[in-house]
Design a protein around this ligand. Sequence first.
Ligand code: ADP
Ligand code: MG
Length: 332
Amino acid sequence: MTGTGGGGPTTERPFLQLEGLTKTYGAHRAVDGLSLKVSRGEILALLGPSGSGKTTTLRLLAGFETPDRGRVTVDGEDVTSLPPARRRFGMVFQHYALFPHLDVGENVAFGLAERGGRTGRVAEALAMVDLAGYERRRVTELSGGQQQRVALARSLAPEPRVLLLDEPLSNLDPALRERTRRELREAIARVGITTVLVTHEQEEAFDLGDRVAVLNGGRLEQVATPDELYDRPASAFVAAFVGRANELPGPLLGGKAGARAVVRPEAMRFTAPGPGSLAGRVVARRFASGYAFFTVEGEGVTFEVFAPHDAARVGDAVHVTVDRVLLWKEPA
Ligand code: ADP
Ligand code: MG
C-alpha cells in the first residue's frame, strides 16, 4: 500500500493525525497537547514509562475516551466524536481475552456483523496471521503466541482502517516474546495496515516501529526513527530511555560549570592516562555476551563503560576517555 504523493512518510498527507489531544482525569493531565502524524501503512510505536499516557492515547484513538481538546482525523475525516464501532479501528489489548468456550473461528468471527461472507473472511484473517486452517481448534489448545495471533486475526477480520495494539506481547513469557514479536511484525507487514503500537519496552518499540514517539508525563518528547532517536536524542530523558546513558559534570569534558554531558557507555573506553582522561576504579562488572558494563567510580561520579569483558577487572585502577558526548545539558 502506498500513499498518493509517492514521497517519503514526511511528504505525503498523513493518513492518521492526532492534533493537540488533551485528556484530564480530575486534576491529572494524562495526555497533554499530543500531536502526531502517521502515514498510510506506517507502524508508529508509542514508547514511554508506566503512566506516561500511552494507553489513554490509544483509548482516545479508539474512541473509548473523548478528549477535552484536540482531534483525530483518518484519511482526512474527523473521527473525534464518532463512537468506536464507526471508526473502523481494530484493537488488540494487553489482555487479549479470547473466549475459551468458542473455537478459533468463532473467536475471529466475533467482531463481524453480517453473516454473508463471514466464513471466507475468517479464513482470510487467519491466513494473515499464519494460522490458516485453525478454525475448529480450541483456543485453550494453542500456545500463548498463537492465542495472541488469534486476537490479532479477530481485530483484522472486519478490515479496520487502523490497527491499535496496547502492549500486545507483555502477557507472554520472555522466551515466546521474541518469536511472537517477529510473527506480529510479519503479519502487520503482510496486511500493510497503518498501526499504532504501545509499549514500555525500548527493544520492542525499536524492532516494530518505523518511527517511535517517546512520551513522558503525557507529552511528546520526540518522534523519530529508531536510529535517529538513539543517535540524536532531543533530551536527556530520551537518551536514557532509549538506551543507557551516563551523566557527567561538564567541566570534566571541557564544558561549562553547571553543564552536564550525557555519554553512552559504548562511547567510552579504557585508555592509558593522558590529557582529558578520567581516572577511576572499577567497582562492578556485568557481562553482556562477550562484552561487559563496567561500573567505574572516579572524579566524584559513578559511570558505566561498555567494553570487551576482559578489558578490566573489578578493583582495577583505570583511565577512561570519552569518544563522543551524546548531548549537553545546559545549566538551568
Ligand atoms: P500508560 O499506558 O503510559 O502506563 P495511562 O495512559 O494508562 O499510562 O495513564 C496515564 C495517567 O493517567 C496515569 O497517571 C494514570 O493513573 C492516569 N489515568 C489513566 N486512566 C485513568 C482514569 N480512568 N481515571 C483516572 N486516572 C487515569
Ligand atoms: Mg498502558
